[in-house]
Design a protein around this ligand. Sequence first.
Ligand SMILES: Cc1cc2nc3c(=O)[nH]c(=O)nc-3n(C[C@H](O)[C@H](O)[C@H](O)COP(=O)(O)OP(=O)(O)OC[C@H]3O[C@@H](n4cnc5c(N)ncnc54)[C@H](O)[C@@H]3O)c2cc1C
Length: 475
Amino acid sequence: MTDRAADLRNFKAAAIARLGAKYVLSGSDAEAFEHDFWKQNCGRAACIVEPTTREDVQFLVKLAAQYSISIVPQGGNTGLVNGGIPDATGQQVLLSLKRMNQIRAVDPAGDYIIVEAGAILAQVQKAAEDADRYFPLGLGAEGSCTIGGNIATNAGGITVLRYGMMRDLVLGLEVVLPNGEVLDLMRSLRKDNTGYDLRHIFIGSEGTLGIVTAAILKLVAPPRERVTIWVTVSTPAHAVELFRYLRGEFGDLISSFELISSYGVEAACTHLPGVRRPVDQPAPWHVLMEISWSFREGLRARAEGVLEDLFEKNLIGDGTIAENEAQRQMMWRIREGQSEATSKIGAIVRNDVTVPIASIPELVDRVMSWTPEFGQDVVCLPFGHIGDGNLHMNFVVSRDRFQDLEYRLLEKLYSDVDQLSGSISAEHGVGRMKREAIAKRKAGMRLELMHKLKSVIDPDGRFNPGVVIDPKFEK
Ligand SMILES: Cc1cc2nc3c(=O)[nH]c(=O)nc-3n(C[C@H](O)[C@H](O)[C@H](O)COP(=O)(O)OP(=O)(O)OC[C@H]3O[C@@H](n4cnc5c(N)ncnc54)[C@H](O)[C@@H]3O)c2cc1C
């Protein structure tokens, strides 16, 4: 047996002694943790460890340091850039936070909730709701993703427009560092200007600097009346114009403003059971928006008035308001089910880009005009949170051409995004998927400082090595 194999075996034995054999997994028990959400990429871990306390995490981190083993933290494994799965060496330990899932306290007066990192986002939303408060992060994976993962990826979602990204919702943080020490930033303060704000180094660091074990999150007043509106427009430029107009009417009451193409809506109606188009006729583009406030009534009547104005001003083609929760859910099913529905048609080249809102029409026009160069079997499928500038310019391609086309399509898309002063990762992060593309774009001082930060906090490079930054891709 090599020294390395002995190290891994000793690590495993000590982990079993601490956690019990049930919580140190390998072989077929480990498989569910080793592949990504879409089951397109798969790594292999030395073992999976499942701690229940911060002290367990500290113990495991120190143990891994003793044997020079690197650690990949994982929450709900819904990340879309392969940052939470191990590499293929079989030498990394995957540390799952899923069992650290307690809601420790809700303070409705202070408007905050204290949670462990493995708490599922939907569970946190529910705990806030039970206290007549609202935790304003919502995304398609909310039934599986964890707060630790949301923090590590600085998750966004469908209400960023009004409430911001995860970074805007974290008041306090507890982090286990690569040396096993705890960085205790667990304060519920709204104001604390006492030097560098260390929380922000860890938010969005994708498990490369520390393991988040607990957090204090901001709550807000619950939206007691919510109006969900579906309208059609002729072009993305009209959608942006509509957004500008409605901001004037509703201001910050708009929490979501989503664009969906005709192709995407028809795919959802064809391939998702029970889904129907909310308006009678097909249309080139659809907008799903939601407005809400804390009063119990009055908003719907205002929305109906505004909808009439929109018809009169020719700002929309058709439009309807959800009559009940079932209709609202169906509208959101069309939006959230875009990837699921179109994956029945072909393979999906996914992306998550952002440009200034005013540049959205140009981005869509550019990309849709060059897409046919790649063949008649390639369809561009734009959809996303255009209220905050974030679009998924996905491509549906024949399954047998996916390997050939993915890199080329993304490079061409990213080049347009660069020219429009955008970013190639709006909310999913970098993980292993976008390292090379990010290295090209963050060259110079920005990349240099990221490496310096990493080497100060994790000098041995044992936390999620090869994720976010990797010298291999830097020239
Ligand atoms: C259907 C679907 C819809 C989605 N919609 C959105 C969306 O609208 N907006 C959005 O932002 N994302 C979206 N995502 C992506 C994903 O849900 C988010 O990135 C989410 O925040 C990941 O949380 P997780 O617990 O699953 O993290 P994981 O996938 O387990 O991990 C993600 C990253 O965080 C690190 N990590 C996890 N837990 C910790 C921890 N406790 N400490 C330190 N590092 C940790 C991992 O190492 C990895 O790098 C979607 C995903 C799916 C499948």
